[in-house]
Design a protein. Sequence first.
Lengths: 323, 260
Amino acid sequence: MGSILIVAEIQGGRIREASFELAVYAQKIAAATGREIASLVLGKDVAGLADGFAKKGGGRVFVADHELLANYCVESANAAIRAAIEASGADVILLSNTPSGWDVAPRIAAGLDAGFVSDCSDVAVEGGELVFKRRIFNGRLDAQVRVRSDAVVATMQPGSTEPFSGSSDGSVTKLDVSLSSDTAKFIETKVAESKGVDLSKADVIVSGGRGMGAAEKFAEVLQPLADALGGALGASRPVVDAGWLPHQYQVGSSGQIVAPKLYIAAGISGAIQHLVGMKGSNFIIAINKDPDAPIFEVADLGAVGDLFEIVPALTKAVQQAKG
Amino acid sequence: MKIMVCLKQVPHQDARLDVRPDGSWIEEDNLKFETNSYDTYALEEALQTKDATECEVVAVSIGPSRVTQALRTALGMGADRAIHVQDAEAEGSDALGVAKILAAVARDENPDLIYMGLMADDGNFAAVPPMLAELLGVPHTTAALKVNRENGNLKVDREVEGGAHEVVELKCPCVVAVQTGLNQVRYASLKGIMAAKKKPLDVKTIADLGLSGQVGAASAKITIEKVSVPQKGGSAELVTGSADEIAASLLSKIKELGLL
């Protein structure tokens, strides 16, 4: 049996919270299987962060400090992680399901001929086998994935567990890595332009999804409600992909993260990328004709029905109440 | 220039999902299938390259006979050739198994570039593209939102958190996994659909690809089990009644929140 390797991620000069969540999952697996915990902190000028991670669940922390790790690049990240796997003797490798994690993790798995599971919300050990929990069909169904291979690479969903609290014993070891960027190069990061609509300031957001059916329905059906409530219009990703509304209206992990006093979701199924963007809202009302839509799991109040009847009725009721 | 596009057929996005009694997946027998949404953007990107320059687009898909439909549609949209890997032995492959099959096809085809969707709308694993790249020993990127050719290399804007874009440069051949919204997917014209009937659609078996005994359920390293409808973990209060009754309940809550 090998050890567990946590691949930590740096964001804004610090190890991000999702990495401390991996430490919790690693602890859970270690407790049930007797595996040792190791981790990899990779980046540029990150040696100073390793000690903190060693004390917070990182176990035997390997540090790969290199110019080519300053920003994520598949070639250098792949090589550094493979080196850490060899140095630590890991057969369970955990990453966070972030843009870097989802990019490199499957590649690591294929290179090791290992099992692979992604975007998991929990892990359990049953009969010595690792069983991961995740969703399929864009959040509509739960599933468990049992690992049958000797080695496994898994990405865990950020925010799916509390970060490591308390303290632990660990150590720090420098990992010498010889890296290149012959086939892939990081060029730059372009920050999202915030044109116009700043949804983070709105008290009320009335948001529509694929269930709206067409671009015009936003102006026809949702805008009147947003106006009546003095709120802003929002959209889920499929709406923007279809070109019904521009990107600045997108609420979700690749759009805006919002937490208004009231969030009304009309015709939005509730895929995780959208939920991440609005589940912090003070009060959530969901209107959807599918009673099993994942949006109802985060909603405070839900109405299962035809939004094209309910929304206009609500708009009228609000307008009348305002007098 | 040759671009290989990998397509997967998945249950229609609005399909009713009935879990199999053994919880291993959903019942697929009476379902309508469609091309994975992410893959349609991949195909469109290849076709836009073909519009602009001398290029052969080869569409590849793995699955039972219904997959022919997806490939004919791809040909109707403008792909030049299609390859259908149809073999019961491929059934139940995990992502690595699928990647092995696509890698075998790619080694025969030798494309300059492979486009595919970031993930499939059914499994959502997002695993095959990076695995395919590793097996072929080529670079890859994921969540591509813009692709440009520069000095024989590929310059790709990939989507990262908060809507920001990371720009990476890759040597070709490479694998690019595209994000939805990369482009506007075209419809197949009637002329295109008619022409598609004459375009080559080759069927290959697992043995043809030299992969006997290496793919399928028996070789899978993971097993999906206990598929179920999620318990309503949240505490959503559901209001019922006519549209007006529902509106009245919602209004009363909105007033309680002090928003009117």
